[in-house]
Ligand binder design. Structure first.
Ligand SMILES: [Fe+2]
Length: 181
């Protein structure tokens, strides 16, 4: 289930609000400049569908988002369920960081959590297949693929070479519940 949980992390981590209502999630995230949308799933897309065919299946949505956000390229990132030794990969994105460009993800399979920070408020967004999230450049965030990851996601870029994580060094991610799904 896609779900947004908001925490106050100013002292100890305290849960403020939780919702799985898409229209409310959309509104709450838009208040910090983060775009959430439900594109839904295409029957033609299965775990065996080739990358180009996934991109083609969502061509209208991708074209719209490219026009809105100035994205020039898109690709598919897959992590097959049951992949061995994913702990180092999970750890790589599990510390707070920023990017010089937007981080745009649309999940066609699987689930994962994005954590977005605005001052001392943390937005923990569990995404499922059918969900789009666009995190603006310079937003403090981290990503948890969970202990048994498996997902397929469309990524859109302004400039793929510019996608570099800049770690803030703040250990705040350790204080907010991990994604165990
Ligand atoms: Fe990131």
């Amino acid at each position: 289930m896609s779900e947004l949980t908001i925490y106050d992390a100013s002292d100890d981590v305290r849960r403020l609000e939780q919702t799985s209502t898409p229209v409310l999630i959309k509104r709450l995230l838009s208040e910090i400049g983060v775009q959430y949308d439900v594109w839904g799933l295409r029957d033609s897309v299965t775990p065996e569908t080739a990358d180009d065919d996934i991109l083609a299946a969502y061509a209208p949505e991708i074209a719209r988002l490219k026009a809105e956000g100035g994205y020039v390229t898109g690709d598919i990132l897959r992590l097959k369920p049951g992949t061995a030794d994913t702990a180092p990969l999970r750890a790589k994105f599990l510390s707070e960081h920023t990017h010089g460009e937007d981080e745009v993800r649309f999940f066609t399979e699987g689930a994962a959590a994005f954590y977005l920070r605005s001052e001392n408020t943390i937005y923990r967004m569990v995404l499922n297949a059918g969900d789009l999230l666009s995190v603006p450049a310079l937003t403090r965030h981290w990503f948890d693929m969970g202990p048994n990851p498996g997902f397929t996601t469309i990524r859109l870029f302004n400039n793929p070479e510019g996608w570099v994580a800049k770690y803030t060094g703040d250990p705040i991610a350790e204080r907010v519940p991990y994604f165990e799904g």
